[in-house]
Ligand binder design. Sequence first.
Ligand code: NAD
Ligand code: AKB
Length: 319
Amino acid sequence: MRRILVTGAAGQIGSELTPRLRELYGGENVVATFHIKKLGEDLLSSGPCEHLDVTDAKRLREIVEEYDIDSIFHLAAILSAKGEQKPQLAWHVNMSGLYNVLEVARELELRVFYPSSIAVFSPETPRDMTPQLTVMRPRTIYGVTKLAGELLCDYYHNRFGVDVRGVRYPGVISYKTPPGGGTTDYAVEMFYAAVKGEPYTCFVREDTVLPMIYMPDCIKAAIQLMEADAERLTRHADYNLASMSFSAGELAEEIRKHIPDFKVVYKPDYRQRIADTWPRSIDDSAARRDWGWKPSYGLAEMTRDMIENLRRRLEEGLL
Ligand code: NAD
Ligand code: AKB
């Protein structure tokens, strides 16, 4: 990768992946694009930035040509909870956006990173150690678009030779940019409440177990896969990816080791029904075998790091 474009760079993942890409490949070589949500000061000042609606194929191509892009990290999407509020928008952004990215990649021979999700799975899927190849009948529009996206990526690889790579991310936990409307957002919100000394009303049951990943591992996976030797890859945009799994109650307990009087009440809403259709844990042996995937953070290390960093941000007046 020489000249990189990131879509959705202002989001939870983009706001941390983009600075890391700029560190590795040079600020001027990584174009951060944003839509409605604005970029942070650090991104605005550390390299090129452009406004881009990913459903606008013409503008996407103009930016790719202007900056001589050879790789796209296509992060822009509408996530699961927001998608259930606005299913038509989710279909339009997630499918047209990916189609436009794959088309420009086909025409100009670009490499693409596609972040799929555990949302591709469903109640029929084995929920523990979910296999790489299994039954998938997603119930959310987000899951439908992510699964259709995986298939479209496979098609572009097999039919046109596009080098498109991707992982099925678990819920991502981070302290820099709050998540943008997913079902796993409770795991991040719990930390923000705890550090501010507030009680938290959790929108899933205490015994809800979901796979999660800490942001440094999320970023490591994207870059490691994009840098991997193509010859060794047996899959394209759908690598299962695992890191840690815990229940909402276990997370609250872990936080209480640092903030003993933290209180949580559980009031499940429509997002419980989504969480109940997703796996509890993931078999990621293909990723481990093909490109050496190995996460660095477990529940205890992630919790300690989240609390340290959120406390610092609170002191700096950033929360
Ligand atoms: P986010 O919601 O925080 O960010 C997505 C960004 O896309 C936002 O900044 C939004 O403004 C932008 N966007 C929305 N519509 C757009 C449009 N029409 N054109 C251009 N940009 C548009 O999401 P995230 O958590 O950073 O996720 C990034 C990617 O990773 C998504 O594809 C998501 O499906 C995937 N993913 C995320 C998680 C997670 O837990 N965060 C888990 C699995 C997969
Ligand atoms: C969501 O909850 O929608 C995302 C995801 C797991 O894709 N965090």
